[in-house]
Design a protein around this ligand. Structure first.
Ligand SMILES: [Zn+2]
Length: 293
């Protein structure tokens, strides 16, 4: 997921609250997480088992090796410490280009392989990438209250720091507008984390039943063949996807990701079939595939 919005719109706060609606960590998952922390030497002495999903938020000055793993004796980086949890990258365009590009392969495969002259090591890296960025260098492009001071060229340059191939691997592009204090303090808005988490856990149960014997845990990990099996869509949905491909110039990879996401949206609604509304919602989360300016 990538959130784009002006400073103070609550992007970091939203990211930090995300773990409160993530599905519970199963015992097998807890063992996997604990193993990575143990190898990285990051396990506290009195900690036997890590029972909550990790949330990692490295600063943008982090080295490539720190982010994806590396060193003479290869050690897991932040992407592996975020395995089965969240990797939050605030101010995404500020990260080094190399580091961002190095995320592409693990985002696709869920593992990272580090090769040194003497040794090759693979670490798991099935993390949920949550990124945040301002829309422009000053932060207020498109804002209703503040005026943006950036030139179109500056804005283009800033946004182009996020490469197309990286964006292609991000399913949810979310615009976060600035929020007035009143809206923030209004307790009647929205659902509680507990209610949402309940729905998430139910959707995850459906997915465990669907894939239980296939070695994967959730829709995001479906192979192309599994997408064909588990994401059949009707004629109207096909037309929506064709239209989106034409208008947004979506890649085949992006279409597969839209199908997976539609399956998840349907699961959250406890619907057996993917409906055109689910496809439309998934497409609408790809707003950055169109140029913003
Ligand atoms: Zn600006």
């Amino acid at each position: 997921m990538i959130m784009i919005g002006p400073p103070g719109s609550g992007k970091s706060m939203l990211a930090k609250r995300l773990p409160t609606i993530l599905p519970d960590l199963s015992f097998e998952e807890a063992i996997e997480v604990t193993k990575v922390f143990s190898i990285a030497g990051s396990l506290n002495k009195d900690e036997m088992l890590i029972a909550v999903r990790p949330f990692r938020s490295p600063h943008h000055t982090i080295s490539d090796a720190g982010l994806v793993g590396g060193g003479q004796t290869p050690r897991p980086g932040e992407i592996s410490l975020a395995h089965l949890g969240v990797l939050f990258l605030d101010e995404l365009p500020e990260f080094k280009k190399n580091a961002l590009e190095a995320l592409r392969q693990p985002l696709e495969d869920g593992t990272i392989t580090i090769t040194r002259s003497s040794v090759t090591a693979s670490f798991p890296a099935k993390f949920m990438l949550v990124a945040a960025m301002n829309p422009c260098p000053c932060g207020y492009f498109g804002d209703r209250v503040h005026t943006c001071r950036c030139s179109p060229q500056q804005i283009r340059q800033y946004q182009s720091k996020i490469s197309g191939p990286l964006l292609d691997r991000i399913d949810l592009h979310i615009e976060v507008p600035s929020v007035k204090y009143r809206a923030l303090s209004d307790k009647e808005l929205g659902e509680s984390s507990a209610t949402i988490r309940d729905r998430v856990n139910k959707a995850r149960d459906l997915q465990t039943k669907r894939f239980g014997h296939k070695g994967i845990l959730c829709n995001a990990r479906m192979t192309e063949k599994q997408i064909r099996n588990f994401c059949p869509i009707d004629e109207e949905s096909h037309k929506l996807i064709e239209m989106a491909m034409e208008k947004l110039g979506l890649s085949a990879r992006a279409v597969n990701r839209i199908l997976k996401l539609s399956r998840t949206i349907a699961d959250l609604e406890n619907k057996k079939d993917i409906e055109p509304a689910h496809i439309a919602e998934a497409i609408q989360y790809r707003s950055l595939d169109r140029s913003l300016i």
